[in-house]
Design a binder for this molecule. Structure first.
Ligand code: MEV
Length: 439
């Protein structure tokens, strides 16, 4: 049977499933059963999910968890997190509780500017291009009014347009580099629509610009697109306390723990192999909240990692210091998020997650998300520099191993109790299940 098909997107959902199941699976009936298991009985809800993307054949579930007790700028939050990794929500909850007793998290939004660019080629005298840009700049903005007027009425819109000469990198290459304030919207559609409009006006007006030569009149637009690099859409999150208050663990003093913690952060600051894993731990918290609130985690990931390399070498996003007996741990991170538009008003669980967070503005959500990242990083570093990561991680992973072996509820109760006082490893769990089943 051919494994290619024309017009797949035009088939009905059941025909698509039929074709996929028959073409790619040994047991087509089983594949169909698995796909159908994840459908929602509520037809309207299912249709909503079907229509989010093209060629939907089922729903892909992730657990939605909650990490309570987050005190952020003296306001309490229970943070929703959508993630599959066993220990993330537990770690966030632990860090939240730990800092709840030490004044909580302090956050500020440093800036909220987003960027988009029209990339174009211009053959000719750059001074003439500069004259043209100066002459046309206000028209670029006024022509885009139908797109910008609602955003402007709310206090946002286009902040500035710059002409950038990039001809030292690529011959004849220039940009319109545009900054935007998109308020509570992530703004991707708004920005891209504005940019495409600028591009059209720019190209059209160039044809009529008297000071241009015939060749100069023919500007080639390469593309118009927002940038996911948002170093000026920045939020800061911080925790601090006296070093003596830093430990609950009787085996290590607060001071010794603080010093070891700072050392671990210093290592991530100078060593890219460690920095990537360190930052991955931060993203465990960030992505989970970004996903639960219906935001674009790929955009956030791309922007955050670019920011981590902004000085030419990939480095830690978070920093820590001890000064005058005070331990401070903080992070500045770029986050382009929205609390209106996109999935936020559509996906029932996203709406619920935003309500749980007191219906935040985009700026408030930036602060909550940054806190989730810092908390996650704190929890990981605390484990890494004291007990090691595996103890807590494997405890949380135990249930996955038990489920892999189809343990019954009764078996789970016995084995969870057993592993409360015994180290969890894959082989230890397998042995314990086998022994139990022999009995
Ligand atoms: C695992 O998902 C994340 C950690 O590796 C982060 C870190 O090493 O800091 C534990």
């Amino acid at each position: 049977m051919s494994k290619t098909i024309a017009g797949f997107s035009k088939l009905s959902k059941s025909k698509k499933i039929e074709w996929i199941a028959n073409t790619y699976f040994e047991n087509a009936e089983n594949a169909k059963t698995v796909l159908k298991q994840y459908w929602n009985d509520n037809e309207k809800l299912q249709q909503l999910h079907d229509e989010f993307i093209e060629n939907t054949i089922s729903n892909y579930y992730l657990p939605l968890g909650v990490a309570p007790n987050f005190l952020i700028n003296n306001k309490l939050y229970a943070i929703p997190m959508a993630i599959e990794e066993s220990s993330v929500v537990a770690a966030a909850s632990k860090a939240a509780k730990f800092w709840l007793d030490r004044g909580g998290f302090k956050t500020t939004v440093i800036s909220s500017t987003k960027i988009g660019q029209v990339h174009f080629m211009f053959k000719g005298d750059s001074k003439n291009l500069d004259l043209f840009f100066k002459a046309i700049k206000s028209k670029l903005i006024s022509d885009a009014k139908p797109i910008t007027k609602n955003m402007e009425a709310r206090g946002g819109g286009i902040l500035d347009i710059e002409l950038r000469d990039k001809t030292t990198d690529i011959e004849d290459y220039y940009q319109l580099h545009v900054s935007f304030e998109t308020l509570d919207a992530m703004g991707a559609n708004f920005i891209n629509s504005c940019l495409e409009h600028f591009a059209k006006t720019f190209k059209h007006e160039a044809l009529q610009f008297k000071s241009f030569s015939e060749e100069e009149k023919h500007i080639e637009i390469v593309m118009s697109i927002l940038s996911n690099y948002v170093p000026n859409c920045l939020v800061r999150a911080e925790v601090s306390c006296n070093v003596e208050d830093l430990t609950e663990n009787k085996t290590i003093s607060g001071k010794a723990f603080a010093e070891k913690f700072v050392r671990a952060v210093n290592i991530a600051e100078i060593e890219p192999y460690r920095a990537v894993t360190h930052n991955k731990g931060i993203m465990n918290g960030i992505d989970a909240v970004v996903l639960a609130t219906g935001n674009d985690f790929r955009a956030v990931e791309a922007g955050v990692h670019a920011y981590a390399a902004k000085n030419g070498k990939y480095s830690s996003l978070s920093h820590a210091k001890i000064e005058n007996g005070i331990f401070t741990f903080w992070m500045e991170i770029p986050l382009a998020l929205g609390t209106v538009g996109g999935l936020t008003g559509l996906h029932p669980l996203v709406k619920l997650a935003l309500e749980l967070l007191h219906k935040p503005s985009a700026k408030e959500l930036m602060q909550i998300v940054a806190v989730a990242g810092l908390a996650q990083n704190f929890a990981a570093l605390r484990s890494l520099t004291t007990t090691g990561i595996q103890q807590g991680h494997m405890k949380m992973h135990l249930m996955n191993i038990l489920n892999q072996f189809e343990a019954t509820d009764a078996e789970k109760v016995i084995l969870v109790e057993h592993f409360a006082n015994n180290p969890v490893s894959h082989s230890a769990v397998v042995d314990a299940i086998n022994n139990l089943r022999k009995e």
